[in-house]
Design a binder for this molecule. Sequence first.
Ligand SMILES: N[C@@H](CCC(=O)N[C@@H](CS)C(=O)NCC(=O)O)C(=O)O
Length: 216
Amino acid sequence: MSLTETKPMTSATSRLHWHPLSGHSHRAQLMLSLLGREVELVEVDLRNGDQKAPGFLRLSPFGQVPVLEDEGEVIVDSNAILVYLAGRYDASARWYPRDPVGAARVQRWLSIAAGKLAAGPMTARLAAVFGLPLDISKAQADAASLFSVMDAELARTPFFAGEHPTIADIALYTYTAHAPEGGVALEPYAAIRAWIGRIEALPGFVPMKSNAGTAR
Ligand SMILES: N[C@@H](CCC(=O)N[C@@H](CS)C(=O)NCC(=O)O)C(=O)O
């Protein structure tokens, strides 16, 4: 399906294979909720290695969550899921603009979400919360330099791709908002904190649990 076509809404429920403390999973869950899609959540026990079981690898060859099953399609990768959901269920095209400039503005930040956001705040959280043997000092420093740039951008515009929220904001939200769990403070970044408030005020917003088990 091309992005210029939008299939009509159906009453079918989406199925999301996820983990409740996975920021990538939360990205997909949040987008489904913002679009008002009913979702069946299927928990994959990452600590038990269930993501590497043969049955799951048939869905997700890299053995990672999230995976979306929807309308007979299997969509792997959180950003791919955001692109898919916006293309299929947002006829207004506000969440993922079709025009070349609008689409490029969104894609710029999807790349950051898959790159610098993962290397910085996500990696620091993996080390601090899950005890993975990663270079937490470097990840925290990388997070701080990324947040300086994001903060400057958000001082000029309310959302990353302009005046209204897009999938770029959803891709960036979770690991930014949960950065303090990785020892990365958000206090220095007033524009980021204001943007977090704007995202959390969106109708349909659902939080991710913090590592302490309490919802933010
Ligand atoms: N590029 C992937 C990354 C997904 C990812 O890193 N998922 C993590 C959880 S947040 C995972 O499944 N880790 C388990 C593993 O790699 O074995 C996406 O955006 O969906």
